[in-house]
Design a protein around this ligand. Structure first.
Ligand code: 2HG
Ligand code: ZN
Length: 479
């Protein structure tokens, strides 16, 4: 076995041996395929690889890992390649192979009594939600990229998304896991038990590890009953403080029914209206901020709409809300959600943007937004702050769009000072510099500052113990 310092070149012999395991359709070497897998969704990183390996089952993953270990070749595991932090792209020197989970795409089991879904890593989150819905269950995890993002990646990064306020993050939904370890051993921990106190909780090591400790190949996910009633409103508010007041009022009235409480800035929403076909504002006049509030319950005839109307009427009377529209149909509900979910795409089309995926205590969200906005506008005059996100759990995407007419490359070069400026405010409110997108390639340099000392040392010891050769997604997460 090679030692950690030696990383060998990818030889034709290695690719032949891999081809013998996965077959012709399990290995892509065309330039268009390898180029697509080497660039991230945000186009921040352009790496290089000589092949994308697509194993068709867990045994093939294990065999490929063993071949790579013997050859000293690093592996970058990739699902839907929707990472916001460059977590799934190979480096620039072409020394890493990309292992795609796309063909691990089977639903192994779904049980509506146990309320569990046993599913392979390459199934998209959207397809997994649909399987659950067909059995009358809800997979309570929803993110903007769910049509493309795959279960393996969603778990590897511990995605959060729109329903964390009610159901927690991806890690809270994982009962069991199957993974291929960095030496090629298959660990089958696909238990679907609600209680299982048997030593260290190994599955949680892999959730959030971003492919640096092994390759997640399948998981048992917790389901919940499908809502029988849903009510969604789109509300115009003058300030983020008003949005917080609205959140407090909905919580006081029916906290258990809240399934999403999302904030959008007026400017960010104007980008959606500008760039996304058929997007329309459901309220009469533009406002500085908007809130999407969704209530949902598995109880029939629960009167959610009346609940929402009651809270909104009070909020309108007291000037907390300027205007509000409640969805009258599934189509209207989808249109309201689209305004929220297209924020990233619209920002991409508007120009270069620097993202800050941060969290603070929910009660501090307005102060954080006000102070971070002032600090960034001082740092870069003309910068356009477009904060949005999951206000109900305190996770704000404090994104900055380049000043109008500025050079995009120049703007992106300012990413470190911008992120540091935002992070200073995050620190003031005891928040996190990475709420749900993970660390990837973008943020390892921040780790010593935020997670240094015993915490980072422990992470390194875990990494060294599991992946002593450093072949699993090198350069990600740890500095
Ligand atoms: C979302 O909440 C995603 O839509 C993407 O987490 C956030 O683009 C972003 O910064
Ligand atoms: Zn988000």
């Amino acid at each position: 076995m090679p030692d950690a310092a030696t990383v060998s070149a990818i030889t034709p012999g290695l690719l032949d041996a891999i081809r013998a395991v996965v077959g012709d359709r399990g290995i892509l070497t065309d330039a268009s395929d390898t180029a697509a897998a080497s660039e991230d969704w945000r186009r921040l990183y352009k790496g290089r690889t000589s092949a994308v390996i697509r194993p068709g089952n867990t045994d093939e993953v294990a065999a490929v890992v063993k071949l790579c270990v013997a050859a000293g070749v690093p592996i970058v595991t990739q699902g839907g390649n929707t990472s916001m932090v460059g977590g799934a792209v190979p480096n620039e020197d072409g020394s890493e192979l990309v292992l795609s989970t796309a063909r691990l795409n089977r639903v192994r089991d779904i049980d509506p009594v146990d309320m569990t879904l046993t599913i392979e890593a390459g199934v998209t989150l959207k397809a997994a939600q649909n399987f659950a819905a067909e059995k009358g269950c809800l997979l309570p995890l929803s993110i903007s990229s769910e049509g493309t993002a795959q279960i393996g990646g969603v778990l590897a990064v511990n995605a959060g998304g729109n329903n964390t306020v009610r159901y927690g993050n991806a890690r809270d939904l994982v009962l069991g896991l199957e993974a291929v370890l960095p030496d090629g051993t298959i660990w089958n921990g696909l238990r679907r038990l609600r209680k299982d106190n048997t030593g260290y909780c190994l599955r949680q090591l892999f959730v959030g590890s971003e492919g640096t400790l092994g390759i997640i190949t399948a998981a048992v996910l917790k389901l919940v009953p499908q809502p029988k009633e849903t009510a969604v409103a789109f509300c115009a508010v003058a300030t983020a403080a008003d949005a917080l007041e609205l959140f407090a009022r909905v919580q006081a009235h029916d906290a258990a029914a809240i399934s999403a409480f999302e904030l959008m800035s007026g400017l960010g929403t104007s980008f959606v209206l500008k760039h996304i076909p058929n997007a329309a504002l459901p309220v009469e006049k533009p406002a500085p901020f908007y809130v999407l509030v969704e209530l949902a319950t598995p109880r029939p005839n629960a009167g959610l709409r009346a609940s929402l109307e009651f809270v909104l009427e009070g909020a309108l009377t007291d000037g907390v809300v300027q205007d509000a529209a409640i969805a009258e149909s599934e189509a209207q509900r989808a249109a309201i959600w689209r305004l929220r979910e297209e924020h990233s795409e619209a920002q991409k089309r508007e120009g270069a943007s620097v993202k800050n995926d941060v969290s603070v205590p929910v009660s501090k969200v307005p102060a954080f937004i006000d102070e971070a906005t002032a600090a960034c506008e001082k740092l870069i005059p003309g910068v356009r702050c477009v904060p949005f996100g999951h206000m109900g759990d305190g996770n704000i995407h404090f994104n900055l769009e380049q000043p109008v007419g500025a050079d995009p490359a120049w703007f992106l070069d300012q990413d470190h000072p911008i992120m540091e400026t935002v992070n200073e405010v995050v620190r003031k409110y005891d928040g996190s510099f990475s709420a749900e997108h993970g660390i990837g390639k973008l943020k390892p340099y921040m780790m010593p500052d935020w997670r240094g000392g015993a915490e980072l040392a422990l992470m390194r010891r875990i990494k060294d113990a599991l992946d002593p050769l450093g072949l699993m997604n090198p350069g990600k997460v740890l500095p």
